[in-house]
Design a protein around this ligand. Structure first.
Ligand code: 8DG
Ligand code: MN
Ligand code: MN
Length: 388
């Protein structure tokens, strides 16, 4: 494409962690399309292709204007040939045939519905799809063998596929706060994940729990979980203990992004605020799932005054808190870009526990997110601008 002096040219840095990416941006038509292709690539276990589409979408999210012509893309990073073809087609024809075909495809729709079951990953969903299953009710009807997580995923399918609101997240926060104060006074909870980035809704609620005095936080999770469980507030929980120090490969080089904190994947039973009948939401109004609650054992909507909500709890020692906060705030692509930047540009290894400098052969301390960005040679990006 010829350079045109009348077109404002914005350049953007190549790594998502070097850019500011707000929640609301100007190119949703294009990013929605690219993210469909990214998701489809994930369903086909092609991670490289999926990340390529996500990076392309992320660049468009960071632009301060709506893209109206291909010449505006000049000099932008991460826009590969395939992404450019999709963008071009949408700019010229209003939509992309590939994206439309993907959205219409039985495989995409089935994979979306089946991976929407908590505890079901791409591999399981793909096996089920090849066995002819298309939706969660098929899983029940064909009597598939399920683990405990997947059973909960089926039982609460509708609720777990209904976005969690900020008000619900705050209500959960109050409960977690009460639990934590009851079992360890002085401990603190911090809302992370999408809500910390300013999202109005999420698929779950993420909390970090810590105590200012290092060591006090040890074995806190089982106590918090018992407190919650005793009050009937947990519909499901799976707790994993801290394995950071005992891991064979030691803390020296955390090898992948799964961290080793004491953590709990859970489903809360959240009471719905009392509503008068005229304020009840209309049937089906806010529900995305196509499967009837009765079929999957949720009971009828009217009789339930609670909602199942996915909650992630993580306990971290004070010395690792800033790393955990940075690691759990997301977005997932922003995290991925941070780690890629650390390795490729700084010879460092970043995890949710620590930052290791391979040049100096030592760990770098960080008591705030700002310090960690400084160690990484990056300008600080506030949580609300990490929506890469
Ligand atoms: P959403 O729930 O609003 O849909 O979005 P989100 O809050 O951004 O996504 P998330 O799936 O809840 O994940 C929040 C962050 O937590 C994300 O940046 C990745 C991170 N995360 C996991 N699992 C793990 C893990 O095992 N270790 C570490 N360090 N981070 C993790 O989701
Ligand atoms: Mn989340
Ligand atoms: Mn989460």
């Amino acid at each position: 494409v010829e350079p045109s002096p009348t077109v404002p040219v914005f350049t953007l840095n190549a790594y998502g962690c070097q850019r500011r990416t707000p929640l609301l941006h100007h190119n949703n038509v294009l990013t929605d399309a690219l993210l469909v292709l990214a998701e489809n690539a994930e369903f086909n276990e092609d991670e490289g292709r999926s990340v390529a589409f996500k990076r392309a979408a992320s660049v468009l999210k960071a632009l301060p204007h709506t893209v109206r012509g291909m010449e505006e893309l000049q000099g932008l990073p991460c826009l590969g040939g395939h992404s450019q073809r999709v963008i071009k087609e949408i700019l010229e024809e209003g939509k992309s045939r590939e994206v439309e075909a993907t959205l219409q495809s039985q495989q995409f729709q089935a994979m979306k519905a089946l991976t929407g079951i908590f505890g079901v990953g791409v591999k399981t969903a793909d096996r089920w799809f090849r066995e002819g299953l298309r939706q969660p009710s098929d899983v029940v009807d064909t009597g598939q063998k399920l683990n405990h997580t997947q059973e909960a995923g089926i039982r609460y399918y509708e609720d777990l596929n209904t976005p969690v609101t900020r008000a619900e997240a705050d209500a959960i926060g109050q409960i977690v706060e009460e639990a934590v104060q009851a079992v360890l006074p002085g401990a603190t909870i911090t809302l992370t994940g999408g809500f910390r980035r300013g999202k109005p809704t999420g698929h779950d609620v993420d909390f970090l729990i810590t105590h200012p005095e290092e060591g006090k936080e040890e074995n806190l999770m089982p106590k918090v979980v018992s407190w919650l469980d005793d009050r009937g507030l947990l519909l499901y929980q799976k707790t994993t203990r801290n394995s950071y120090l005992e891991a064979k490969d030691g803390p020296a080089r955390p090898p992948h992004n799964m961290d080793r904190f004491e953590r709990c994947f859970s489903i809360f039973r959240l009471d719905r605020p009392h509503r008068r009948p005229e304020q009840q939401p209309q049937a089906g109004g806010e529900c995305q799932a196509q499967v009837g609650g009765t079929l999957l054992g949720q009971g009828s909507e009217e009789s339930r005054d609670w909602k199942a909500v996915r909650v992630d709890l993580v306990v971290t020692p004070a010395s690792q808190f800033a790393f955990a906060l940075l690691g759990w705030t997301g977005s997932q692509l922003f995290e991925r870009e941070l780690r890629r930047w650390a390795v490729h540009e700084k010879h460092m290894s970043l995890s949710s526990h620590a930052l290791y400098d391979s040049t100096q052969n030592r760990y770098l301390r960080g008591s705030t997110e700002e310090e960690i960005f400084t160690h990484l040679g990056l300008e600080f990006v506030p949580p609300s601008e990490r929506n890469a």
